[in-house]
Design a protein around this ligand. Structure first.
Ligand code: PEP
Length: 251
């Protein structure tokens, strides 16, 4: 059966020293809490090596927030999937709405990143989600279906089985506005149906689908209680150990 996961996305926050201190605190808290879910922190590239050295990745999983769409070579400033994997990280967030929106990441680019992540044994946490206008005009089901089809449906079932999906409505990210638990369940069930249509019920039932967008200790339990919500991708609230653990302990 699929795993429940709570993953932090630190974005472009914390110095190395602050990040290492936060990761150590979360690692100790997870070790003590023995939660009913896997817990992961996705951190800036500069933090991967020192955080990997400071935590036990069997207790607290480690991921990057992005990787390059090329394997190696003359791509100044880029960080490849193999470089990420060589730090000890096991995960990589791909297709976050901030990358799609501010850095022009298309489905074509994302397909290349997913392939490279998988080749390097990194588990992609692949983000999808609509903007407010698409929620309001009712096209959000089509938008999300297209993002999944274009970004992931080139994969064989065995590779698709390594993907964690994160449904993140863009209107809820960092805004304090959360999708209701009913809205989350409705679209998560739809996403699982889209996966079942392509890969069958078993693969769909084994796929972890996270919710992301202003998830916090006060709303996590209600969201996670829904049958198709398998955890959360957490931005702002992952930057304070107590808040992040409040969400982890919602399971
Ligand atoms: C995110 O950016 O992945 C996210 C969910 O952010 P926040 O929790 O701050 O809305």
């Amino acid at each position: 059966m699929r795993k429940n996961i709570v993953a932090g996305n630190w974005k472009m926050n914390t110095t190395v020293a602050e990040g290492v201190a936060l990761a150590k605190e979360v690692n100790s808290a997870v070790a003590a809490a023995k939660p009913n879910c896997d817990v992961i922190v996705c951190v800036p590239f500069t933090h991967l090596v020192p955080v990997a050295e400071a935590i036990d990745t069997a207790i607290l999983g480690l991921g990057a927030e992005n990787c390059a769409d090329h394997a190696s070579g003359a791509y100044t400033g880029e960080v490849s999937a193999s470089m990420v994997a060589s730090t000890g990280a096991g995960y990589v967030i791909l297709g976050h709405s901030e990358r799609r929106q501010y850095y022009g990441e298309t489905s074509e680019i994302l397909r290349a990143k997913v392939a490279l992540a998988l080749e390097n044994n990194l588990k992609p946490i692949f983000c999808i989600g609509e903007v407010l206008e698409q929620r309001e005009n009712g096209t959000f089901f089509d938008v999300v279906r297209t993002q999944i089809e274009e970004g992931l449906f080139n994969l064989e079932a065995s590779d698709f089985g390594k993907i964690v999906l994160a449904y993140e409505p863009v209107w809820a990210i960092g805004t304090g506005k959360t999708a209701t638990a009913e809205q989350a369940q409705e679209i998560h069930a739809f996403i699982r149906g889209v996966i079942a249509g392509k890969y069958g019920e078993e693969v769909a039932n084994n796929t972890t689908i996270l919710y992301g967008g202003s998830c916090k200790p006060s709303n996590a339990a209600e969201l996670f209680a829904k049958p198709d919500v398998d955890g959360g991708l957490i931005g702002g609230a992952s930057l304070k150990c107590a808040d992040f653990m409040g969400i982890v302990n919602a399971f």
